[in-house]
Design a protein around this ligand. Structure first.
Ligand code: B12
Length: 352
């Protein structure tokens, strides 16, 4: 039986003993795979403990949020990643099986039970032999072909042609919001998938992302034209979070809808966000996190905003919030939305 407090306590226990757990798990995994832990290279050992540390982070965060989906989604992702890196298919299941035992042995019985339940669910994903990450460019949007052409130009390193393709589409009547969601968002997700499946390099991913940010800027003459509403929003990614395009899209959609936005970009420290919220007299704060291990920082930021003299409404979103439907409540926010278009609907409702 999974109880709220046990899951939270298990999360804290795992986080606080992460290094110790990772070392014990690595030792046992080596043995199970027929290797001598004492004979392996230091670099390999460090990499193993780092990867196990990531698994433990996601396990602890899923327990903190009381939602196993945050862990199983991560394991499914890691399964595809490991297979594209040609890891033996036994590595991930063995690591999780050992994690299950080591964590269970180290935690008090009631906490071990809940952690055990979560790891078992992760093991089901890890044992999925034909794990694939399907393409994001197969949707039924009329702009799917345009997205495929745009991506193809990006992958050929033809940024002038890529930007031109989008500007032409907008001049011919495509709406900026559709271009954002059906071309840029889908292309970014596809780039992530291609990186995950080892089909493109980190450099290619960086190049594509940079061109998309540039192309978004080229569309600003179409964005900053709406009749103003005398509504203000501060938009930011939480501290440590380097993903910023999603929250930038959210801010741009609010601009398109007549709001004045103060967009802070990636990795903004809590105190700076609070200061910006106060200075701008924001009606609404939009906070983004892409990595699940940043979700507790979102909760801290929401809490800091709540202590302000006149706190605005708070909306949160990003990858983990799209996996775990109740997570926005757990971090103490007033609402969430799955994408930039829905974010405007939620925001308008929250300040109405
Ligand atoms: C570009 C990119 C990067 C760039 C970001 C650069 C930048 N300037 O933003 C860089 C290189 C920094 C990066 C780094 C990493 N990345 Co990265 N990245 C991506 C990529 C390819 C695209 C992100 C993006 O632009 N998405 C498009 C936007 C529009 O989508 P979105 O963020 O979901 O936003 C929409 C909604 O979620 C929602 N939304 C978002 N925020 C908010 C906020 C509110 C309030 C609301 C209401 C709604 C909302 O509305 C948005 C618009 O519609 C993704 C792939 C993906 N699937 O997204 C991987 C991805 C997110 N990264 C990933 C990883 C693993 C990493 C790294 C850990 C890699 C590493 N080993 O170093 C690091 C972590 C860095 C860090 N500390 O944050 C994984 C995450 C996997 C997982 N299970 O968590 C992904 C999914 C790639 C993959 N398929 O493997 N990354």
């Amino acid at each position: 039986m999974i109880t709220e407090s046990n899951a939270r306590m298990a999360s804290v226990a795992i986080s606080s003993r992460k290094a110790e757990l990772a070392a014990l798990i690595a030792d046992d995994v080596y043995r199970q795979l027929g290797l001598d832990p004492a004979a392996c290279r230091i670099e390999d050992r460090e990499k193993s403990e780092r990867d196990i540390g990531y698994h433990l982070n996601y396990l602890a965060d899923a327990l903190w949020a009381e939602d196993p989906a945050l862990f199983t989604n991560y394991v499914a992702w890691a399964n595809v990643l490991f297979s594209s890196m040609n890891f033996s298919p036994t590595v991930l299941p063995t690591t999780l099986e050992v994690t299950r035992t080591v964590v269970s042995n180290l935690l008090p019985l009631d906490l071990a039970g809940v952690s055990n339940d979560y790891v078992i669910l992760g093991l089901l994903e890890a044992n999925e032999k034909d794990a694939v990450a399907p393409s994001f460019l197969t949707g039924d949007s009329p702009l799917t072909d345009l997205a495929a052409q745009y991506l193809s130009l990006l992958l050929q390193g033809q940024r002038h042609a890529a930007v031109q393709l989008i500007l032409d589409a907008v001049r011919q009547g495509a709406s900026v919001s559709d271009i954002y969601l059906d071309v840029f968002q889908q292309t970014q997700k596809e780039i992530g998938r291609l990186w995950q499946t080892n089909e493109i390099s980190v450099a290619q991913e960086h190049y594509c992302t940079a061109v998309t940010q540039f192309t978004m800027s080229q569309l600003y003459p179409y964005i900053f034209t709406a009749v103003r509403k005398d509504r203000r929003m501060v938009a930011t990614s939480v501290g440590g979070e380097l993903h910023e395009i999603g929250i930038r899209m959210v801010a741009d959609f609010f601009e398109l809808n007549g709001w004045d936005t103060y967009y802070l970009g990636a990795n903004t420290p809590t105190e700076s966000v609070v200061q910006a919220v106060a200075e701008n007299g924001a009606d609404l704060v939009a906070i983004s996190a892409t990595l699940t291990p940043h979700v507790q920082k979102v909760a801290n930021l929401v809490e800091a905003i709540r202590t302000m003299k006149r706190p605005p409404r708070v909306m949160v979103g990003g990858y983990p919030f799209n996996i775990s439907k109740n997570l926005w409540r757990i971090v103490g926010a007033d609402g969430t939305a799955g994408d930039a278009r829905q974010a405007v609907q939620t925001g308008e409702r929250l300040v109405a």
